[in-house]
Design a protein around this ligand. Sequence first.
Ligand code: FE2
Length: 512
Amino acid sequence: MKWVAFVLMVGASLSCTGQSIFHQGIMERLDEGEKFPFGVASGDPRQDRVVLWTKVVPTQIGSSVEVDWAIATDTNLTEVVGSGTVRTDSSSAFTVHLSATGLKAGTTYYYRFKTGEGISPTGRTRTAPDNPDRLRFAVASCSNYPAGYFNAYGLIAQQPDIDAVIHLGDYIYENGTQGAIGRGHIPPYEILTLSDYRSRYAQYRLDPDLLELHRLHPFIVIWDDHEIANNCYAQGAPRHDPKVCEWNARRLAAKRAYFEWLPVENPEKQSIVRSFNYGGLADLFMIDGRMEGRTPPIEDFKDPARFDPSRSMLGEGQTDWLTTGLRTSQARWKILGNNVMFSPMDFGKHAKERQRNMDGWDGYPTNRDRIFDTLQAHGIRDLIVITGDIHTAWGIELARDPHDPTVYDRKAGKGVVGAEFVTPSISSTNLDEQIGKFAAKFAAGYIKARKRNPHVRYANLMDHGFMLLELVADRASVRWIYSKSVKERTLRTRQGSAWHILHGGARLLKGE
Ligand SMILES: [Fe+2]
């Protein structure tokens, strides 16, 4: 059976039991006979191993496919240090995940897959360094396909010496938006079923900038809400309609597709909660603030239920894991790969019921206090929180209660236990695209006003791009790099900004 024969066109998805491999619009983008159109990817780089990923387009859907792989120290793959054969089939949508082991720390490797006559592009990856003097990560989130071109992914691909790309979620969007630039979502409706989610990943993974970025750099990923459903929590999502589709079936489909398509170690665990150690320089904690233990949201920030200790962002087990990790970390910097804004933030009376973002940690303050308790009890003053979700760029001094002048003093740096750096969206709408340039500019100044949010040192609510996070022993710095546009495909950039914090907890300072 030729590949075209098993492409099923599915109409409006009314249940969670869709069965097709891909929806209309995906297969016609592929060259007939091409075995690896989704390229290659690598992820979760450790000192001695890295996950290698690919996906095969099979000739026949009914049988399994044998895939050879090799990893080497040279681009021609003559100095091979690992190789093997794996099988894949329709149960994993013909994706391949394998762990290349026995590697050397801090080393660049090249890898390739083969099946029959088909040979994949050559990927490049890099193992984690052992005990580095310096670490550099590109940090990204919120790539919405119909909203704009993934130029920022193209810019990250060009970075010559990053250790990994940290993706903080909203890697796909679940809605059926068509947008105005000819990049409408496939399928053209909100995804619910396994085949819906698979098609959505397939569409995103054919984007040339994302394809090339995965080929050139290892990823360390977590999801946010849109990989599952808008503003989701463990047991549901505000706009999810259980009459159309049972939540549990949708949740399982979304997670299954995620672990099929992303290069995460041990995908069978179906968990994104994990940590990475970089010797004495840094520990990186990747958390799940959506699906692990997050309780339902409350609407009104004035509702005293906000402070109910049973409400949680991470759930009991994950909170224990994180606080134990922070407490026992021997590294200079503790990095938190975080989904939604961590810092308390007053968006002002103009924001009305959105004066506090109840989808962020402000909606779960007692769980956040558990983390601040740990920092305080153990004198930890070097936490760097990196955050996505809100499509805008922020540099914030991390303080337990920045609105209380007795515990936080901006001038003296009193009460600062680290920094939160928020990465802008790759392409999802900024504030200016929602409310206009003038209003967005005003909003940035209004939020940053010293009397409102003295801990906010930098806010850009109007640009798309990514962050470069650099860690050395005595400082953690961030440079925001902005795309000139998302309305056309371009690698031109707009002037960014850089801020840093010195080790030991002090003020956020301008420059690198
Ligand atoms: Fe987003």
